[in-house]
Design a binder for this molecule. Structure first.
Ligand code: RB5
Length: 153
């Protein structure tokens, strides 16, 4: 699975732990920054990472900022991205089962390293259920494709 990962300064430290963990799990990834803990603007890393997932270049993306909120707001503005902000393992499993989320956001100032690793493991290891959940995702895609307001659903 091709994974892209990115963080701002608020998520920099947790991202280092997550990249080490991805190595341990045997996953390949590309780090789009930031590359040190200096203050920077999260849209500068969240949009490129989300575009890289939306384009199909990467199958999944992991975003980390201080809260996970800023990066998830950015990512979910990119058509085709379904970014789930998770602070617990059950949400990580359910967002894969029900939302087929292709991006995971976490808050480096909110959750601990072990919780974040457990979230990543669950999120990467859980498959989409399909069925009625696919119908719901199709409605999201129809909304994204509509040029003017709510489409017929
Ligand atoms: C940066 O200070 C902080 O605002 C950012 O990491 C994030 O929490 C925004 O949502």
């Amino acid at each position: 699975m091709k994974i892209v990962i990115a963080s701002d300064h608020g998520g920099f430290e947790l991202k280092q732990h997550i990249m080490t963990y991805l190595n341990e799990l045997g996953h390949e990834y590309t780090d789009l920054g930031c590359f040190d803990a200096a203050s920077m603007d999260y849209p500068d890393i969240a949009f490129p990472a989300a575009e890289a997932v939306a384009s199909g270049e990467y199958e999944r993306g992991i975003l980390i900022c201080g809260t996970g909120i800023g990066v998830s707001i950015c990512a979910n503005k990119v058509i085709g991205v379904r970014c789930a902000l998770c602070g617990d393992v059950l949400s990580a499993e359910l967002t894969r089962l029900h939302n087929d989320s292709n991006m995971l956001a976490m808050g480096g100032r909110i959750i601990g390293v072990e919780t974040a690793k457990a979230i990543v493991r669950a999120w990467l290891g859980t498959e989409f259920l399909g069925g009625r959940h696919a119908r719901r995702l199709a409605k999201i895609a129809a909304y994204e494709a509509a040029e003017d307001g709510l489409p017929e659903m």
